[in-house]
Design a protein around this ligand. Structure first.
Ligand code: URA
Length: 245
């Protein structure tokens, strides 16, 4: 629908002329960007529409980041083990949130939780090439050729050839950063195992450049900012012929 219409619907009593004036004055933003044309097309279900920086309507879709602790499953339910949903404050448990891509039980760090199925698909499909960055500690020293091997596409134990990825070792440490655009089962651990190494600690630091908020204690969540949501939604590859894998 048109932006001026969305604004009128959101705040009953506002006339079309008033809505147009607010928009023309640059006081209305859509997903964090000021929009000055009243006929701009918006989807009130998914777009964050703000007046003077404050949301004008409740969105159906919500997205949060969690600092996932080790020892918790990235699942919505499990009969035996604690899941990330069990860690949510009570009101958030009713939103129907699911993790956008799993982290292993022993892994920590950034987990996006949302009830927006399109956003989950966008983040996890290898087709979009949305980059995830991990910090790894290794059992053995990393080798100078890891960067080239990651870039060439590492072959996993089941014969799967990974998409080009990146490894950046930390000088003087048995540790480094891994950047991947897909999320096969235990992928980072298996990539390093394929090079004869072993991951002893794994933490996801960012997704599409959205960084883990290090002020979150393990198990805590906070809602994504408009800017973070915008970044996630517009990350990766969008051209219509982009390869499936
Ligand atoms: N790669 C892994 O091996 N484990 C994770 O949890 C995420 C990426």
């Amino acid at each position: 629908m048109r932006l001026d219409r969305a604004l009128r619907d959101a705040e009953a009593g506002r006339t079309r002329r008033e809505a147009e004036k607010l928009i023309a004055a640059g006081r209305v933003s859509v997903n964090g960007i000021a929009v000055r044309s009243a006929d701009a097309k918006v989807d009130p279900q998914t777009d964050a529409i703000c007046l003077d920086g404050r949301p004008v309507m409740s969105r159906q879709f919500r997205a949060y980041m969690m600092n996932k602790p080790a020892g918790v499953l990235s699942a919505t339910e499990d009969r035996a083990a604690q899941t990330v949903l069990d860690l949510l404050p009570e009101p958030l448990r009713r939103l129907g949130l699911s993790p956008a891509g799993r982290l292993d039980k022993d892994a920590e760090g950034l987990l996006i939780l949302t009830n927006d199925g399109d956003l989950i698909h966008h983040i996890i499909t290898p087709k979009r090439r949305v980059e995830k960055r991990y910090f790894v500690r290794l059992a053995f020293p990393w080798q100078a050729d890891y960067g080239d091997k990651f870039a060439a596409g590492i072959t996993l134990d089941d014969g799967y050839v990974c998409l080009p990825a990146r490894f950046a070792g930390i000088e003087g440490e048995q540790a480094g950063y891994v950047y991947v655009c897909e999320g096969k089962f235990h992928q980072v651990k298996r990539m390093l195992a394929a090079l004869g190494n072993e991951v002893t600690y794994l933490k996801r630091l960012s997704v599409a450049g959205v960084e883990l908020d290090e002020t979150l204690r393990p198990g805590e969540v906070r809602e994504l900012s408009e800017e973070e949501l915008f970044r996630l939604k517009n990350s990766g590859i969008w051209h219509k012929n982009c390869p499936e894998k």
